[in-house]
Design a protein around this ligand. Structure first.
Ligand SMILES: C[S@@+](CC[C@H](N)C(=O)[O-])C[C@H]1O[C@@H](n2cnc3c(N)ncnc32)[C@H](O)[C@@H]1O
Length: 265
């Protein structure tokens, strides 16, 4: 078909994709249009329209796809998530871990009795409403999910998470709770060090910095006080992390520009 190049090899295809992303990185008009699109869709509460395997997930679908790519590359055995809400992102992560187990079983040629690994999602929320807890605990993937109720920056919760994380070697971290600068910075200090080398600490809602200030007039966060400013402060003293810009450039529509932090060493 005209305009679509034949795929000569997987490597060539990957080079083409990298070139596509480079083109998007250089296209400031398209980036501005994407920000405008997000600005215009936000009052419609677009992020609330989606669910994963039956539970509402307050996410942009593009970000879920990017997380799926990260999960396949990193193959985490533990995903730590702050901010549960209705549980959709937890169920999403649990299903990704289940798929890793299925893939492992296929490689081991044991698809009849796939081994259930100890891969797990740890969700933390200051308030797990009873109906959300019940729905998460009754979900078919609940055996992979552990819930902790409490503030993600309380010393008790941090200690509990660290104790659990000590039993795992490949850890992915997702921060999506209170979006103030101070709170996210404390979360980064507590949980980013648990990220294994080569894995990611994903900081959601960095997009707040790029939106009109009126959007947040009834919120404790806003321009200059949000997850992106926390990331900037954190990175000043944490050179073991770098922003994987290829992710937000390829997504364009994302709530986490500059929020995909890769641990490099
Ligand atoms: C944006 S929602 C999370 C959305 C969820 N990750 C999803 O994708 O569906 C934010 C959640 O953070 C929780 N939260 C607010 N402050 C918190 C804190 N100090 N510690 C832990 N969770 C907190 C809220 O109760 C709320 O459920």
């Amino acid at each position: 078909m005209e305009g679509i190049h034949p795929v000569s090899s997987y490597e060539q295809f990957q080079r083409d994709v990298a070139s596509n992303i480079e083109g998007l990185r250089a296209d400031v008009d398209l980036q501005a249009m994407s920000r405008i699109w997000i600005r215009e869709i936000t009052p419609h509460r677009w992020a609330y329209n989606f669910s994963w395997l039956g539970r509402p997930a307050i996410q942009f679908p593009n970000d879920a796809w990017a997380i799926q790519e990260i999960v396949w590359r990193v193959r985490p055995d533990l995903i730590i998530e702050t901010g549960i809400a209705h549980g959709g992102s937890l169920i999403f992560s649990a299903s990704m871990l289940a798929l890793l187990d299925i893939a492992d079983a296929a490689v081991a040629n044991d698809t009849i009795n796939p081994r259930i690994s100890n891969r797990k999602v740890l969700g933390i929320d200051i308030e797990i409403r009873s109906h959300n807890r019940a729905a998460i605990e009754q979900h078919p993937l609940s055996s992979r999910i552990q819930l902790i109720q409490g503030s993600s920056i309380s010393s008790e919760v941090i200690a509990e998470v660290k104790e659990i994380a000590a039993g795992y070697s490949r850890i992915l971290v997702c921060l999506d709770s209170n979006h103030t600068h101070d709170h996210v910075l404390e979360e980064l200090k507590a949980y980013a060090p648990l990220t294994s080398v080569g894995s990611y600490c994903i900081v959601f809602d960095t997009i707040i910095e790029d939106m009109p200030k009126e959007f947040f007039s009834d919120r404790p966060w806003g321009i200059g006080n949000n997850p992106k400013t926390a990331v900037q402060t954190f990175l000043e003293t944490h050179s073991e992390f770098e922003i994987d810009q290829s992710i937000h450039h390829k997504l364009l529509i994302t709530v986490a520009p500059d929020g995909y932090l890769k641990r490099t060493c």
